[in-house]
Every structure is written in C-alpha cells, then in structure tokens.
Design a protein around this ligand. Sequence first.
Ligand code: SF4
Length: 181
Amino acid sequence: MDKIRFATVWLAGCSGCHMSFLDLDEWLFDLAEKVDVVFSPVGCDLKDYPENVDVCLVEGAVANEENLELLNQVRKRTKLLISFGDCAVTANVPAMRNMLGSTEPVLKRCYLELSDTGTQLPKEPGIVPELLDRVRPIHELVNVDIFLPGCPPSAERIKAAIAPLLEGQKPAMVGREMLKF
Ligand code: SF4
C-alpha cells in the first residue's frame, strides 16, 4: 500500500503547535512507517509545497501575503486540510493587532520604535511579505476539513485526530472540541 503523503505548514503562529506535535515522542516512529513527510518546517527543507498531499496540518493564522499564497496552494494540493491549533482556528494571538485598526501602528512599533537602527518602514515590495489589513483564521479563506483547537492542542489530541486517518477512518470527537468532516 502507498504511504500517506503527509505535510505540516507553519503560517503566523509561534510554532508551539509543532512542538506539541513533536511531543508525540515514540508514536512518531509509528507514524513514520505509515506516512511520507513531503513538506514540513520540522525536518523537511523543501521550498515549494508539493502536489497530491493527502493530509496537512496547518498551524497559524493568516497575517500576510505570503501566508495567504501558501494557504491557497495548500488547499489546492491537499485532500484533507486540518486547521491545527487556536491561531489557525480563531486567529488567536496574532489577531490582537486587528484591534489597532490598521497595520501602520504595528509596522511603526517594530521598524521604528523598537529598532536600534531602523529609520524607515519596509516600502519596497518583495523585501518582506506585505501584512494583510486583518489577521484571519484559515477557514475564512479556504475550506477546512477538520478543526483541531487548543493552544497548543495536546499531543494526545493530535494523535486522536491523526491516527484514525491513517487507517482510512474518520476521527471521533475529542473531548468537547470540534472535529468537522
Ligand atoms: Fe502558538 Fe498557541 Fe498559536 Fe499554537 S495556537 S501557534 S501554541 S499561540
């Protein structure tokens, strides 16, 4: 049987959800027997998201143009997209800047007020990805197959979501949290 093509993606998040994934410890060896990890910030240095991915965990909110482009690519090329952690599910901490009303105060704070050397905002396109006006959860932009909340989701809950998929089954409800098919 072909192995499941498995990916994880890191958008605007702190990487804590990926750290929780690594807390699966020895179960990762079982996972490795059943999947090919075709894209991930953890142990995979491919630059482009590949075609024909079976399952992808997406950590983080959508905060800039680069996040949005990658998310759209992930959706087009992935059968089962899992919104992974509270930043992906609700936009969570990265969305605190939405209260400021625009990106300008954030950019000024980062590039002028808190910088020892900065004297100007990044203006030339392409040097840093442009911030979106609002930080958004991923389901507002693409269709999501499964929601896996938590900040971060525990390793136990991650396993409960992924393990059935490896057997071609749907995951059950995990605690009071929502999993949608
Ligand atoms: Fe970090 Fe929590 Fe966001 Fe995961 S949900 S990326 S742990 S802040």
